[in-house]
Write a protein that binds this ligand. Structure first.
Ligand code: UDP
Ligand code: MG
Length: 327
């Protein structure tokens, strides 16, 4: 009787995959596994934990392998080197078998205990339930940068990526299928792709805790890269700036040209002297330098896009798997 009931439950209950990318998180692995396991009682679903080791050079992989040995719910995806947070998430969700997939950080800034609220929304029929970060317990510089970034992205972006939403979310299998099979880009900005996928999406307010232990793994350089990726991957507005600036400069230039021509023919001394006396050397120098600067900036922006096209055309894998520890 009991086994029949168990069979019924396992056939009809859903399966949840929790994907966690980890880079040098040895101080957090054990606590993370414990917190996830005890919170799992509130999820109301069968689950698997997918820990992605993103090329850590500390003891993270050994601790993860240990979790895998002790707990048959744990699956470890070991990448061949450090590919970055977004790539590690991509690797994890590619291996996920669940009807819903949770993405969360490995430093316990996204509390596993909050997940049950997210899952309720998913069961209500939402395909993406993402966290809206309310209180950030990070330094003021980082908080301001994040706020600014999301607002610039919202202003420039061609799609609406929700303000202050992070990667912490639950995604339905349908969205995961789109991410895995239909969005084949190599450089991946998961929050953007997730928003692009559409379906029914909802934000849930969630306080961002402070890091359980260890140092932050996102260096300033990595964070800046993420921000630039986010903007350039979802907006062609920066390219359009050159067109707008072109018009902005060309129209007054044309008028100015006409004025100078008139001056030349009439010999008037409007704006400093007759054209024949080469007036306004300062003006000329500033004008040339300004335009040269603008051209360099626009070339830089074009270069960013060309570089991206180059990366995409090469089709190098987003991540390379060294080994998968599964049961
Ligand atoms: N992470 C990763 N690869 C990296 C950098 C970070 O997998 O190259 C992981 C890290 O271990 C953590 C998550 O991404 O689980 C978020 O990183 P972190 O806490 O350093 O950044 P935050 O989002 O808090 O600024
Ligand atoms: Mg963190």
């Amino acid at each position: 009787m009991v086994s029949k009931f168990y069979l019924w439950v396992t056939i009809f209950s859903n399966m949840l995959s929790v994907v966690v990318p980890l880079y040098n998180e040895e101080e957090n692995v054990v606590q993370l596994h414990q917190r996830l396991t005890s919170a799992s009682d509130t999820w109301g679903e069968d689950y698997e934990l997918i820990f992605v080791n993103d090329g850590s050079y500390d003891n993270t992989i050994e601790l993860l392998k240990d979790c895998h040995r002790k707990d048959n719910k744990v699956k470890v995806v070991d990448l061949s080197r450090n590919f970055g947070h977004q790539a590690a998430i991509s690797a994890g969700i590619k291996c996920a078998k669940g009807d819903a997939v949770v993405v969360m950080d490995g430093d316990l800034q996204d509390p596993p205990e909050e997940l049950s609220r997210f899952l309720d929304k998913w069961r209500e029929g939402y395909h993406v339930v993402y966290a809206i970060r309310t209180k950030r317990k990070e330094n003021i510089f980082k908080r301001i940068s994040y706020k600014l970034f999301y607002r610039i992205l919202a202003f420039l972006g061609d799609i609406d990526i929700p303000l202050d939403s992070g990667d912490f979310c639950v995604m339905d299998k349908r969205v995961i299928n789109v991410l895995n099979n239909e969005m084949i880009e190599v450089q991946r900005f998961i929050r953007g792709l997730r928003a692009y996928a559409g379906f029914r999406q909802i934000g849930v307010k969630s306080e961002r805790a402070s890091r359980a232990a260890g140092e932050v793994k996102y260096t300033f350089k990595k964070l800046l890269k993420l921000a630039i990726d986010g903007i350039l991957d979802f907006s062609s507005f920066p390219l359009r700036i050159s067109t707008y600036l072109g018009f902005l400069i060309a129209i007054p230039s044309f008028i100015f040209g006409v004025v100078i021509l008139i001056q030349k023919f009439t010999g008037s001394t409007f704006l400093g002297g007759a054209a024949s006396e080469t007036p306004g050397l300062t003006f000329l120098t500033i004008g040339v330098l300004f335009l040269f600067g603008l051209i360099m900036i626009m070339l830089g922006i074009m270069g960013e896009y060309v570089g991206r096209i180059y990366m995409e055309v090469k089709r190098r894998p987003t991540y390379i798997i060294n080994e998968i520890y599964d049961h």
